[in-house]
Design a protein around this ligand. Structure first.
Ligand SMILES: NC(=O)c1ccc[n+]([C@@H]2O[C@H](COP(=O)([O-])OP(=O)(O)OC[C@H]3O[C@@H](n4cnc5c(N)ncnc54)[C@H](OP(=O)(O)O)[C@@H]3O)[C@@H](O)[C@H]2O)c1
Length: 313
């Protein structure tokens, strides 16, 4: 298939392009700069110049393809408008894909968040059948628009697009994860001299290796039915305390509880305080059964033990 990848230069996209190329697809990556052109080419894809701001260009590129994978976001909007502004821009992009692909039955596979069905409201691991929470308060009110993006993508199935959402956990780990949540936690631990965890640290975090995540995107594109969520979780829920202890043991730093009553105060976690409280276990059963997805890479704790997150010096 001739596949358009939007976000192919990013952490996740840079695993998706080689995964698709290895499976025999003809891949085109969107690139907005000379550096992106070089990266996309080096990954084995053709290049199409364009940007997320150019909705007409995205529509044309989508219409020229047999299917689209979207793993990009307007992070430049974050400082001024927060995550809602990022998601509002993404909504327009999804509607543009919808116009380009309506009635074609072509696949559109888009990144979503494992927290979108909520957490305190569920009281059990989220499943692929749980819709995104309309109020979107999985991250304490910060994901309202993001959840509308997810429901919009799912809704495109009714307009003849084979659309689906791959829900990604907060930790997508790999040897090239330079800017994700783990590097942030590790940087914080080095700065503070301890690695903190919230409360008793029993809150559960799912995780996935970026290579396994890429294979799930490929499977969803190749054979996923329309209007479905997929759960990209290899570890379905690791107690946060165990993640902190694994980091602490590599850094020779103690893992310490940050009590709930001081968690939100300026102190250890700062702007991450809302995130580290997440308790978002998620099941991958339907994803594995429907798509035949089998994560093959090291789990999170084994990957931390591999040491690549802790270069010497
Ligand atoms: N990583 C996670 O743990 C995680 C968890 C949940 C959801 N997600 C979602 O998954 C998606 C990919 O995540 P990631 O970690 O791979 O992100 P990333 O490394 O930050 O990559 C972002 C991508 O978006 C592209 N991009 C940004 N602004 C653009 C613009 N104006 N025009 C064209 N391209 C633009 C970047 O291209 P340039 O190279 O040109 O900058 C890059 O390819 C995101 O939507 C993210 O929200 C990720």
């Amino acid at each position: 298939m001739r596949i358009l990848v939007i976000g192919g230069t990013g952490h996740i996209g840079s695993y998706i392009i080689p995964e698709l190329v290895a499976a025999g697809h003809e891949v085109t990556g969107l690139a907005r700069s000379d550096a992106a052109v070089a990266t996309v080419s080096a990954l084995g894809a053709k290049v199409r110049r364009g940007s997320l701001e150019d909705l007409d260009g995205l529509k044309e590129a989508a219409a020229d393809s047999d299917g689209v994978i979207h793993v990009a976001h307007r992070q430049d909007l974050l400082p001024s408008g927060g995550i809602d502004a990022v998601a509002a821009a993404e909504l327009q992009i999804m509607l543009a894909y919808g116009e380009a692909l309506a009635g074609t039955g072509k696949p559109l596979v888009v990144s979503g968040s494992i927290g979108s069905p909520g957490w305190e409201n569920l009281g059990r691991p989220a499943t692929e059948e749980d819709p995104a929470l309309p109020g979107g308060d999985a991250y304490k009110g910060t994901l309202r628009v993001r959840n509308i993006v997810e429901t919009t993508v799912i809704g495109l199935a009714e307009r003849g697009v084979r659309s689906s959402v791959v829900r990604i956990p907060p930790i997508a780990h790999s040897t090239t994860d330079n800017a994700g949540f783990l590097p942030l936690l590790i940087g914080l631990a080095k700065e503070k001299g301890v690695i903190g965890y919230p409360g008793d640290g029993a809150n559960l975090w799912p995780a996935v290796h970026a290579r396994d995540l890429a294979s799930l995107f490929r499977l969803a594109l190749e054979k996923g039915p329309a209007g479905r969520h997929w759960h990209a979780v290899a570890d379905e829920g690791i107690p946060f305390r165990e993640i902190a202890e694994a980091i602490g043991s590599r850094l020779n730093l103690p893992a310490v509880p940050i009590p709930a009553d001081v968690l939100m105060l300026p102190g250890y976690f700062g702007f991450l305080a809302n995130l580290v409280r997440l308790d978002v276990p998620a099941s991958n059963l339907i994803t594995r059964q429907a798509l035949g997805w089998e994560p093959a890479q090291p789990g999170l704790l084994a990957d931390l033990d591999n040491g690549h997150y802790f270069p010497a010096g």
